[in-house]
Design a protein around this ligand. Structure first.
Ligand SMILES: [Cu+2]
Length: 723
């Protein structure tokens, strides 16, 4: 049973959550997909223990979910065509903020996979209780923290030690987690180290830079007594030199940590209080020359960024009518800074490239919600939720060295009656465009507020023991990100869009409003299951790039303001819809053999496109996977086939490149010679074929004209011991 869940698509619909939680969660990183059979229903499998650096990689086996990947440790969650900050991700209950304005450290990268206890994905419409902004869905990660002793024991120690090797990038990892507890007190400690070189693909070619290096540790204390539970935790991430080939710079470091404290009180009779407090502080340095040849050898740039954030959460759950109501309050605040330092080699000397990329950014969210779950009629369960969020964002004034030079260049020219050569002329235009943008930005309010309203109504009809029908409606808001609002100088700091374009922010954009509809069923008997879901989301004021001609700022000024040789776009509101279907199905052939499969499809379109090129950017291609597995007493093995279709539905506004479809064959095996000791091995991309991940971005080290190739054949082996 233990081994089986470590990678098979499990017996899901028939297994209630609690059973899985008891037997598995402390042992292996587990994916739980909630809302599958009944709310809350859960199921599911776990990782291929292989090249699993990033918890985000687990998403590839969740129907409807995928990963926008900028680098080996930079996996941005995508769900049904929405990605990044459109998805709420809770890390140990905390909505962590990214320190990188280009999402080099997306929230799922905070815990390495080896220290992750469980990744939970809400299938379909996310409950309002799961987070403040959940327009594109909701996911949560729980780190491993050990367990309190049971009533009959004085002491309990739990832990895991694991290590692994993968050939494709010569990658190694090691992780250790241990806890010591009695019935009331518990302490836990963990640490991990992982590193690898540039990965290879067909014929020994390399994707460079795709090396990685990360250390992480966590420490915590827990206390429980008579329904009260208290815990404090600290988790630290130290990512060193790590490539992000789909972005114009690489990670020099991401350092910092998250402090959180929780207090929960179970008062009995179904009344529960939960509360939390957190503080996060991180710093980050990225650069364009340490791990790669800079695109323009005369231009060297680093960007130094920080985030400081904190917040509190409070919720009370109590029985109401034939169900339970949960009411709560959330507050959080984040502060962002990003300073570019660099230089441009000119024939006349070095020009300083010093830019306040983001200065004094603050974002505060105050949010209250109520959510009722219960039975409304015979066999009919319902969830009704409402959340209201008031948010304020603001930016300080900005400046750049170039903007400061415009006036003196003008004066120089007037005084000396100077004639400029072409290079000088471009520089002058550059400086004076930056001055215009700076003055324009600084003269604006630089402070906005939003009032977001989220509403959900989800119905689950239990037709009989084998069949459940689900229908859901929702209205969700997302406020613009600070990048979308305050990117005053057109640059590529776009929260990981990785489309090779530079963007201008826009303080006038409105928040997105999505109207969501969902319909599906889960059917299962003792041997088989099938659970398809279809969805339709209409998004009013969907935020994406538009050509600068559509903007109210002079196109020439925006174009001339940067030395970056890339097309400039501006963030704006458009109308869009996204629809699709995802499904999973499986069949147990006998006690040993089973087959499982999943399929995901999404289509996104702009509805008010001025051209007939209306596809939205970076939509996962039609994809599926199928797995045949054989399970014996203490070992199992599986053959997995992964299929991705061509993606020709590509965005026109940023000239997204189409990708070809592909198939992958993976073989995996697990062996448990002793209780708790698991040896796993596998061969991925058996045929060593070359292909491109549509969500993997362009290779920016060769001008961004081709896509980043995926990993070639990989042999991995892992050894883990749980006690
Ligand atoms: Cu960065």
């Amino acid at each position: 049973m233990k081994i089986k869940l470590s990678f098979a698509v499990a017996t899901l619909l028939v297994s209630p959550v609690s059973v899985l939680a008891e037997t598995e969660m402390e042992e292996l990183p587990t994916i739980i997909v909630e809302g599958a059979s009944e709310r809350p229903g859960a199921f599911f499998a776990a990782p291929d223990s292989s090249g699993l650096k990033d918890t985000a990689s687990l998403l590839k086996s969740v129907p409807g979910a995928n990963v926008n990947r900028s680098g080996p440790l930079t996996g941005i969650a995508q769900y049904r065509g929405m990605a990044g900050n459109r998805i709420n991700i809770a890390i140990d209950g905390v909505n962590m903020k990214e320190v990188g304005p280009n999402s080099m450290d997306p929230p799922l990268s905070h815990y390495p996979a080896a220290l992750t206890g469980a990744l939970t994905v809400h299938r379909g419409i996310a409950p309002v209780s799961s987070g403040i902004e959940t327009i594109g869905g909701s996911m949560k990660v729980e780190s491993r923290k050990g367990e309190f002793a049971d009533e009959e024991e004085d002491f309990k120690t739990t832990g895991v030690a694991s290590m692994g090797y993968s050939s494709v990038e010569d990658g190694h990892y090691g992780a250790l987690m241990g806890s010591v507890a009695n019935q009331n007190h518990k302490i836990h400690l963990s640490g991990s180290q992982e590193s690898g070189r540039d990965y290879r693909y067909r014929h020994n070619n390399k994707v460079s830079p795709s090396k990685y290096d990360r250390n992480a540790f966590t420490a915590g204390y827990g206390y429980q007594r008579a329904g009260h539970e208290f815990g404090v935790n600290y988790s630290n991430n130290d990512t060193g030199h790590t490539g992000t080939p789909a972005l114009p710079m690489d990670i020099v470091y991401v350092r910092g940590g998250l402090y959180d404290a929780k207090y929960n009180w179970d008062m009995g009779d179904g009344i529960k209080l939960t509360s939390g407090l957190h503080y996060q502080k991180m710093r980050h340095l990225m650069d364009n020359a340490l791990l790669r040849e800079p695109a323009n050898p005369n231009m060297l740039m680093v960007n130094r960024t920080t985030v400081e954030a904190g917040g509190l959460d409070l919720a009370l759950e109590l029985p109401l009518f034939s169900g339970a109501i949960k009411v709560g309050f959330n507050f959080d605040q984040s502060n962002h800074e990003a300073d570019i330092d660099g230089s441009m080699q000119m024939s006349t000397g070095l020009m300083p490239m010093i830019v306040q990329n983001f200065n004094g950014i603050e974002r505060d969210r105050y949010s209250a919600f109520g959510e009722w779950n219960g039975q409304v009629a015979e066999k009919l369960m319902a969830e009704f939720g409402a959340r209201v969020t008031y948010a304020e964002t603001s930016s300080g004034t900005v400046n750049s060295a170039m903007a400061d030079m415009c006036a003196s260049m003008n004066a120089d020219m007037a005084a000396n009656n100077m004639v400029m050569d072409r290079e000088m002329h471009e520089m002058h235009q550059n400086a004076c465009s930056q001055e215009t943008l700076r003055d324009d930005f600084n003269s604006q309010a630089r402070a906005q507020d939003d009032l977001d309203v989220d509403l959900t109504a989800i119905f689950n009809y239990n037709y009989d023991d084998n069949l459940n029908l689900e229908m859901g409606f929702a209205r969700k808001n997302r406020m613009p990100s600070y990048q979308e609002r305050y990117l005053w100088l057109p640059l590529e700091a776009t929260a990981g869009l990785a489309d090779g374009r530079v963007y201008a922010g826009n303080q006038d954009i409105a928040h997105e409003t999505a109207y969501q509809f969902e319909l599906g069923f889960d059917w299962h008997n003792e041997k088989a299951y099938v659970a398809p879901r279809m969805f339709y989301h209409y998004v009013d004021d969907y935020i994406q790039g538009v050509p600068i001609e559509e903007s109210n700022v002079s196109a020439e000024i925006l174009e001339a303001a940067t030395n970056v040789n890339a097309k400039t776009l501006r963030f704006d509101n458009v109308e869009a819809h996204l629809y699709g279907i995802d499904l999973e199905a499986g069949y147990s052939i006998d006690d040993f053999w089973r087959v499982d499969a999943s399929l995901s499809y999404v289509k996104g379109e702009r509805l008010d496109s001025p051209t007939d090129d209306s596809d939205l950017y970076r939509m996962a291609p039609l994809n599926g996977r199928a797995q045949v597995s054989y399970e014996a007493a203490n070992w199992m093995s599986a053959v997995e086939g992964v299929f991705y279709a061509n993606q020709g539905d590509v965005a026109g506004y940023n000239e997204e490149l189409a990708t070809k479809g592909y198939m992958l064959l993976n073989l995996r095996g697990n062996y448990e010679p002793l209780e708790g000791l698991v040896i796993a091995t596998g061969l991925e991309n058996v045929l060593d074929t070359e292909h491109e991940d549509h969500l993997g971005g362009y290779d920016r080290t060769n001008g961004g004209t081709t896509r980043v190739p995926m990993r070639g054949r990989n042999i991995y082996a892992t050894l883990s011991y749980n006690w």
